[in-house]
Design a protein around this ligand. Structure first.
Ligand SMILES: C[S@@+](CC[C@H](N)C(=O)[O-])C[C@H]1O[C@@H](n2cnc3c(N)ncnc32)[C@H](O)[C@@H]1O
Length: 237
């Protein structure tokens, strides 16, 4: 990826929440139709909430590919508090968002919890490569590394938020060998969610052993993918 970080630009999406535009890639961090709307639907509702609804676990371990703006981490912090569920999240990021941009993102003001500004500050100001308690029920381990080369733990994660840039912008992250590495890092049973619904991705995920579901996408997007690494998980919805 030949990304020019200094060109990152703040944009406003249709639900009033910010996102970032990267001119070097001609790509945004989230859907134009709504960053919070998309993240809340694809990763929290269809990923985390789905897993928690089907598996009775006292601790849920999440892997995120692409910490980026920290929006998924913030929404996960909120979910953990609301549901009173313990979540540990490992979030990989190869190119951290410049601090000047992080400080103006409007997500904390758009989240109902009064703790959101404090959580968001902690998410971004916490040290890399260390497990940090964002609140009593949410621990975040930010890892500054590239997914392609980072040695993921074996059979560790319950939910994967696969939030890399699109395959036509960053093909190396969607390569079968990389997806296989993610599969190996997942627990039995576990869930992989992504906003992408490309046919090639679905074929690749099936070839690795996932059970692939094409779900309706968030507003403005037709479809998304949820892939289950089977164990005894049984879909209720
Ligand atoms: C679509 S954006 C992610 C958005 C993020 N989840 C958010 O809500 O802001 C993709 C992210 O992946 C990061 N990234 C790019 N290449 C990567 C790599 N090789 N390994 C891990 N992360 C990478 C980008 O810097 C960017 O932050």
């Amino acid at each position: 990826m030949n990304e020019k970080r200094e060109e990152h630009r703040l944009i406003l999406t249709e639900d009033g929440s910010h996102s970032i535009y990267v001119p070097g890639l001609n790509e945004t961090y989230h859907s134009f139709h709504g960053a919070i709307q998309e993240s809340g639907y694809v990763f929290i509702k269809r990923g985390l909430e789905y897993f928690a609804g089907n598996q009775d676990r006292s601790l849920i371990k999440v892997l995120e590919v692409g910490l980026g703006t920290g929006l998924n981490a913030l929404l996960t912090a909120q979910w953990a508090e609301e549901m009173q569920k313990k979540v540990e999240m490992t979030s990989l990021e190869a190119y951290p968002v410049p601090k000047g941009l992080v400080d103006v993102l409007n997500y904390p003001g758009k989240i109902s919890s009064k703790h959101a500004p404090g959580w968001f500050r902690k998410i971004h100001h916490s040290l890399w490569d260390e497990a940090v308690e964002i609140h009593d029920l949410f621990v975040l381990n930010k890892v500054m590394a590239k997914l392609e080369t980072y040695p993921l733990p074996f059979q560790e994660f319950d939910v994967v938020f696969f939030d890399a840039f699109a395959p036509n912008k960053q093909a190396e992250l969607w390569d079968l060998s990389v997806l296989d590495k993610v599969y190996q890092s997942q627990n039995y049973p576990s869930v992989f969610v992504t906003y992408c619904a490309k046919g090639q991705l679905k074929r690749d995920l099936r070839s690795l052993g996932y059970q692939v579901e094409t779900l309706p996408g968030p507003p403005g997007k037709k479809e998304m993918v949820r892939a289950i690494k089977p164990g005894e998980i049984e879909s209720k919805h």
